[in-house]
Every structure is written in structure tokens, then in C-alpha cells.
Ligand binder design. Structure first.
Ligand code: DGL
Length: 271
């Protein structure tokens, strides 16, 4: 375990997806202070070549860890963690990193039909990490990988009040639904932290009911375990939760969404 230190809990994503994890983490750790980082300068990560994204993340964390000195970091992003988790832990070994990976293991344990789908960014479905998870835990089932180029951006648009049509959403999730020898997909893993914001829409569009697996609570539980009894950087009137954007070019609806989550927005138009 890394050296124990006070400081806020840093929750990191390319955009708003990590809010799905922050929501759970706050419920489990109401006294802790959180700093939310949205790397909007680089959003979406799903389009980045692996080498460039890895170098970008290592350089960004060099600065973030120096500036924020967090008690621990939650990488609330599958696309980032499946690529850079090991390198971040190796480079910054004095910091505890809690990761987010596609919830293939729990899906494989729970499926009754043996057909599961993994809905993620195109980058996450291509990662060696994801293939290894399937080889390690899901060889007894059929795991279909569904890479969506647009859903992360659609989730950002939808959650900030934009119109997103059923047709567009259906085109992205339709390949998740497989029927084979009288069996049907019964679990869809939400392997991008943005997607739980669209889960109610997905439920309405599904041709049959499936379990939409959202790992946010499990990630928050792991963060609480890692932090243990460490002295908290306590939340208070003068020490509130922050949202920091890596680019000042923040859409006002996104800044308002962060404020709606009770975060003080630093950087961007909401500052
Ligand atoms: N929220 C991120 C994830 O969990 C991905 C969004 C993006 O493409 O940047 O994978």
C-alpha cells in the first residue's frame, strides 16, 4: 500500500462519466472531500491512439498529483484505466490508484443464459486488458464486445439537457442484443462510466429486459477500502468539493451540471 496521507479523494474522467462514481463515493464516504477532474481538453478518450493517450495521462498526472496531493485517486474511466492503470501505479507508486475496468467477471458469474455483452468505447473493446478479462473469467460464456463511437458524447449531450433521439441510441446499443439457440443476452456491462446516465433510455429501448451492470458502487466500495481509517480531508463550508476542467472551454450546461452535483467549478466558464 502507498504511503498514507491526508488530502481529498481525486475522481478522474475524461468528462462527466466519473460523476456516476462520485455519486456513490459520496454516499459511502460522506465526510471525505472530493476533487473531480474532467479532462475535457482531451475528450473523448475513445478516439485516441494508445501510445499518445498513455503519454498524455502520465504527463497530466505528474501535474495533478503535485498540485492536489490526493489521499487516493479513483480513475473513473475504463478507457483510461485499461490502458494506463499499470503505468500510473508504477510511475507514481506513492499514490493509491483505484481503477475502473469492464465488469466482465461479475457478469460472467451472474449470467443465466451465458450470453453477455460489453458496451464500451471503441478503445476499451480493443484493449488487451479487456481480452484478458474475458480469457480469465468468461470463457464459459459468450461475451460480445460492442464498441460505440458516439455514446460518451451522447451521454454528455443528454445529461446536459440536449435532445438525443431513440433512433440514434438504438443504433449504438442494438448489437448488444443477441439471440442464439433459444437463449438471449441477459446482461449488458456498462463499460464506460458515461453510460449509466443513459441507462433509463436504454431500458426503454431494450427488446427484452436485461441487467445493465453499472460498476460505480463497487468502485466506490473499493475506494473506501483503500482509504480505510486514514484521516480524512474533511468536507466543510470552507473546504467544499471541487470540479476542475483541463480546458477552459466548458459548455455552460456542463458547468451547471457540476454545480448541481454540489461541486465548485474551477476553470471553464462556470468558474
Ligand atoms: N468515461 C470514459 C470511460 O469510462 C470514456 C469516455 C471517453 O471516450 O472519453 O471509458
Amino acid at each position: 500500500m502507498a504511503e498514507a496521507r491526508e488530502g481529498p479523494v481525486l475522481i478522474f474522467d475524461s468528462g462527466i462519466g466519473g460523476l456516476t462514481v462520485l455519486r456513490e463515493a459520496r454516499m459511502l464516504m460522506p465526510d471525505r472531500r472530493f476533487v473531480y477532474i474532467a479532462d475535457n481538453a482531451a475528450f473523448p478518450y475513445g478516439d485516441w491512439p494508445e501510445e499518445a493517450l498513455l503519454a498524455h495521462l502520465l504527463a497530466l498526472f505528474e501535474r495533478l498529483l503535485d498540485d492536489i496531493r490526493p489521499a487516493c485517486v479513483v480513475i473513473a474511466c475504463n478507457t483510461a484505466f485499461t490502458l494506463a492503470g499499470a503505468a500510473l501505479r508504477a510511475r507514481f507508486h506513492e499514490t493509491d490508484f483505484v481503477g475502473t475496468v469492464p465488469a466482465i467477471k461479475p457478469a460472467a458469474e451472474r449470467t443465466a443464459s451465458g450470453l453477455i455483452s460489453v458496451l464500451a468505447t471503441p478503445a476499451t473493446v480493443k484493449r488487451d486488458y479487456t481480452r484478458t478479462l474475458i480469457e480469465s473469467f468468461a470463457t464459459h460464456c459468450h461475451a460480445r464486445l460492442v464498441g460505440s463511437k458516439y455514446l460518451a458524447a451522447l451521454a454528455e449531450a443528454y445529461i446536459s439537457g440536449g435532445a438525443v433521439s431513440d433512433e440514434v441510441l438504438w443504433a449504438e446499443i442494438a448489437p448488444c442484443f443477441v439471440e442464439e439457440d433459444g437463449r438471449r443476452t441477459d446482461i449488458v456491462v456498462l463499460a464506460c462510466t458515461h453510460y449509466p446516465f443513459l441507462a433509463n433510455r436504454f431500458r426503454k429501448l431494450a427488446p427484452w429486459p436485461v441487467d445493465w451492470l453499472n460498476p460505480a458502487e463497487a468502485i466506490a466500495l473499493q475506494a473506501r477500502r483503500v482509504l480505510g481509517q486514514r484521516p480524512a480531508d474533511a468536507i466543510g463550508e470552507t473546504n467544499r468539493d471541487l470540479a476542475i476542467f483541463t480546458s477552459r472551454d466548458v459548455r455552460p450546461e456542463i458547468a451547471r451540471l457540476m454545480q448541481g452535483f454540489g461541486l465548485i467549478v474551477a476553470g471553464g466558464e462556470g468558474a
